[in-house]
Design a protein around this ligand. Structure first.
Ligand SMILES: NC(=O)c1ccc[n+]([C@@H]2O[C@H](COP(=O)([O-])OP(=O)(O)OC[C@H]3O[C@@H](n4cnc5c(N)ncnc54)[C@H](O)[C@@H]3O)[C@@H](O)[C@H]2O)c1
Length: 291
């Protein structure tokens, strides 16, 4: 079994549970098999949306589908396997999505993202530069191409919205240069998409949003000890000084990291709004407030 499945956090009911706020909505969540993505799928499904999990980890996606189907009565969950970093794969996946949803999408959540800590001056070998390319391929190109494939289907949707999951690291994060760069690039895409996807006489606008979580309870990636060892090495410090829980206690006014439901609830709020557009919202417990 995939090691990530053992560390998988089971999604939980949100504060919107049972309100049927997304009744009949057609939603796609990339990276919906694990972590934040699985929690977003849960929150959507418990509000009666029909959900497609688009993920390259088919085993995890099927497990999440089974968990959600068991926990939420009459939920409609589908799995589409695919790698968001490749146009060939996306072409196949979007054909399948279009056929399941009859050519339209109402809510598309571009959640996939990967991280590998590394200090910029430490990228000295071809092997290490492959990591840089991989993060750019998945986080940046993946978002870009998902947007380009999703748009024709979103245009046919009901009050359509494209929401990206970014990170507060977009303003810069020691030891996470390439990750931070791809998350900052999503801000550039946010403004571009909001301008390109404006309304015209013969078609509706597609709203765009960016949700940037900060310190978070553990997901598959941050439950991995090696991740923290690598981050500590890149920051020239020790693991005990940088864990999300420890840092949140000192830097976040709420003195704790976010629960996954607290991210999925903001995604819901953005999706439910009809006038929020082109905005980046941080879910940082007040750490990134600008007054
Ligand atoms: N975990 C955090 O602390 C944190 C904090 C801020 C922002 N984020 C962002 O939230 C998003 C989700 O993070 P997470 O921690 O839940 O991640 P995760 O590693 O727990 O899950 C990521 C999911 O994406 C899938 N995936 C990865 N690469 C893929 C690809 N090329 N094609 C298709 N599927 C792919 C994985 O199979 C997995 O299901 C990311 O964009 C991340 O940058 C996470």
């Amino acid at each position: 079994m995939d090691e990530k499945l053992n560390k998988m956090k089971i999604p939980e009911p949100s504060r919107f549970k049972g309100k049927a706020l997304l009744k009949g909505k057609k939603c796609v969540v990339t990276g919906g098999a694990l972590g934040i993505g699985a929690q977003i799928c849960y929150t959507f499904a418990e509000n009666e949306a029909e959900v497609i999990i688009l993920d390259f980890n088919k085993e995890a996606a099927e497990k999440t589908k089974a968990i959600l189907s068991e926990m939420i009565k009459n939920s409609k969950i589908h799995v589409v396997a695919g790698d968001v970093s490749g146009r060939k794969s996306l072409n196949r996946s979007f054909k399948e999505i279009s056929s399941i949803f009859n050519g339209s999408i109402d809510i598309f959540v571009n959640n996939v993202g990967i991280i590998q800590p590394c200090r910029i001056e430490d990228i000295v070998s071809d092997e290490q530069s492959k990591i840089v390319d991989r993060i750019i391929d998945i986080n940046f190109k993946g978002t870009y191409y998902c947007a380009s494939y999703a748009y024709p289907l979103l245009k046919n949707g009901n009050e359509p919205v494209f929401i990206m999951i970014g990170s507060c690291a977009s303003v810069g994060s020691e030891g996470q240069g390439v990750y931070a760069g791809t998350k900052a690039a999503q801000r550039g895409l946010l403004g571009t998409l909001a301008k390109e996807w404006k309304a015209a006489d013969d078609y509706q606008a597609v709203r765009v949003g960016l949700i940037e979580p900060d310190y978070l309870e553990k997901t598959a990636i941050t439950a991995n000890k090696q991740y923290w060892l690598d981050l500590a090495a890149a920051r020239r410090t020790t693991v005990d000084k940088i864990s999300d829980a420890a840092v949140a206690r000192t830097k976040v006014p709420l003195k704790r990291e976010a629960r996954l439901t607290e991210v999925s609830e903001v995604v819901m709020m953005y999706a439910l709004s009809t006038y929020l557009n082109g905005e980046a919202l941080s879910v940082s417990g007040g750490k990134t407030m600008r007054l």
